[in-house]
Design a protein around this ligand. Structure first.
Ligand code: KG4
Ligand code: ZN
Length: 325
C-alpha cells in the first residue's frame, strides 16, 4: 500500500490541492487561480483572496481526490502551507487541513511554502545534498546552502525580490498583473539596448538588490520602446542572478544547483542557468513550468519528506505569515 499525502496550498492567490503516493508518484495536482479576479485591482487584494479560498477549497480538494481516484479515508497524511503568506489566506488552508486531519484521525504537518518550492525538485530530479539553491519568487531572492534537514542562507535581497521587480516593471509599462510572464513575452519582441545599471555591491557579497534597477527603468519609460525596456530589464535582472549564483557555486565548490520559485518559469533565466552551469560543470535541476509557480504538489513533496524525517504538528498548528527559512 502506498503512503498517501494530501496537500493544501492557499498562501496567496492560488487555491491548490494535490495527492502524492510515496515520494514521487504524483496522483493529482489541482490549481484554482484567482488571477482573473485580482487583475482588476492590479495586484492581490488580501480580503478577496481569503474569500475566494473559502469558496474554492472544498471543490479543489474534492477534485484532487477524484482525479487521484482515492477516497478521503485513504489519506495517510495531511500537509498544508502554514507560511509565509497572507494571514487570512493561510488561515483557510490551515483550518481546513486541521479539520480534515482531525476528522480522519490522521497526522497534519505544516509546510514552509519556501521549502516546498525547493523540494518539488525531488519530484522530477535526483536529490544530491549538500547543494546550492537559488530561490526566485514574488517575495524571495535567496541563495541557500541546502542540507538534508534544512538550509543556511548565503545571500538574499536587501530590498525588492526579483519577482516583485518584474511585477513593478510591468506596472510601469502598463502591463496587467501578474507582471512576470507579461514582461517576459514583451521582452521577446525587444532588444536589450536601454542603458540600465547592473546592481553593484561588495565583491564578496552574495546578496541581491533590485530596487535601483526598478528606479532606473522608471526613468527610461517614455524614452525607449516598451519592448526594448522589457528586454533590457530582463537582461540585467538575469545577469545579476547569474553573477551571484556563479559566485556561490565557485565559493562553495558544490556541483549541484536547484532552482525554485515563480521566476524560474522565465525562459531567459532557464537558458542563462543552463549556460552558466554547463560552463562550471555543475548539475542543474529546475522544476517543470507547472511546478515553478504556486501549486500543492510542492507542498505534498515537502510534507512527505519532512514527515519522514520526524516532523509533525498537532491541532495547534497556526499560520505564520512571516515564516522564513
Ligand atoms: O513562486 P510564486 O508563484 O509565488 C510566490 O511564492 O511569490 O512566484 C510569483 C512571482 C511573481 O512575481 C511573478 O511575476 C513571477 O513569479 N513570475 C515570473 C514568470 N512567471 C511568474 N517572472 C518572470 N518570468 C516569468 N515567466
Ligand atoms: Zn510561491
Amino acid at each position: 500500500m502506498p503512503f498517501l499525502t494530501l496537500a493544501i496550498e492557499s498562501s496567496c492567490d492560488e487555491t491548490a490541492a494535490a495527492v502524492l503516493a510515496d515520494a514521487t508518484d504524483l496522483r493529482s495536482s489541482v490549481v484554482l487561480s484567482q488571477i482573473p479576479i485580482h487583475r482588476a485591482y492590479g495586484g492581490v487584494v488580501p480580503e478577496i483572496a481569503s474569500r475566494q479560498h473559502l469558496l474554492g477549497i472544498r471543490p479543489v480538494v474534492h477534485e484532487a481526490l477524484q482525479q487521484a481516484n482515492i477516497a478521503m479515508t485513504e489519506i495517510d497524511l495531511v500537509a498544508v502551507t502554514h507560511g509565509p503568506g497572507l494571514m487570512g489566506a493561510l488561515m483557510v488552508g490551515v483550518s481546513f487541513a486541521k479539520s480534515l486531519a482531525y476528522a480522519l484521525d490522521r497526522p497534519v504537518i505544516g509546510v514552509n511554502h519556501l521549502d516546498g518550492h525547493v523540494l518539488v525538485n525531488r519530484l522530477e530530479h535526483d536529490w544530491q545534498v549538500p547543494a546550492i539553491a537559488l530561490v526566485v519568487s514574488g517575495g524571495h531572492t535567496d541563495l541557500l546552502y541546502v542540507k538534508e534537514d534544512g538550509y543556511e542562507v548565503l545571500g538574499s535581497t536587501r530590498d525588492d525580490a526579483v519577482g516583485e521587480a518584474f511585477d513593478k516593471v510591468a506596472r510601469l509599462l502598463d502591463l496587467p498583473y501578474p507582471g512576470g510572464p507579461q514582461v517576459e513575452s514583451l521582452a521577446q519582441k525587444g532588444q536589450p539596448i536601454v542603458p540600465l545599471p547592473i546592481p553593484k555591491m561588495n565583491q564578496d557579497s552574495l546578496d541581491f538588490s533590485y530596487s535601483g534597477l526598478k528606479t532606473a527603468v522608471s526613468r527610461q519609460v517614455g524614452h525607449f520602446a516598451s519592448e526594448d525596456i522589457a528586454a533590457s530589464f530582463q537582461h540585467v535582472a538575469i545577469a545579476h542572478l547569474m553573477e551571484r549564483t556563479e559566485r556561490a557555486l565557485r565559493k562553495t565548490g558544490l556541483r549541484q544547483l536547484y532552482v525554485a520559485g515563480g521566476v524560474s518559469a522565465n525562459q531567459g533565466l532557464r537558458t542563462a542557468l543552463a549556460e552558466t552551469t554547463a560552463k562550471l560543470g555543475v548539475n542543474l535541476s529546475i522544476p517543470s513550468l507547472r511546478y515553478c509557480t504556486d501549486n500543492a504538489a510542492m507542498i505534498a513533496v515537502a510534507g512527505y519528506h519532512r514527515f519522514r524525517q520526524g516532523h509533525v504538528n498537532d491541532y495547534n498548528l497556526f499560520p505564520v505569515p512571516n515564516l522564513t527559512w
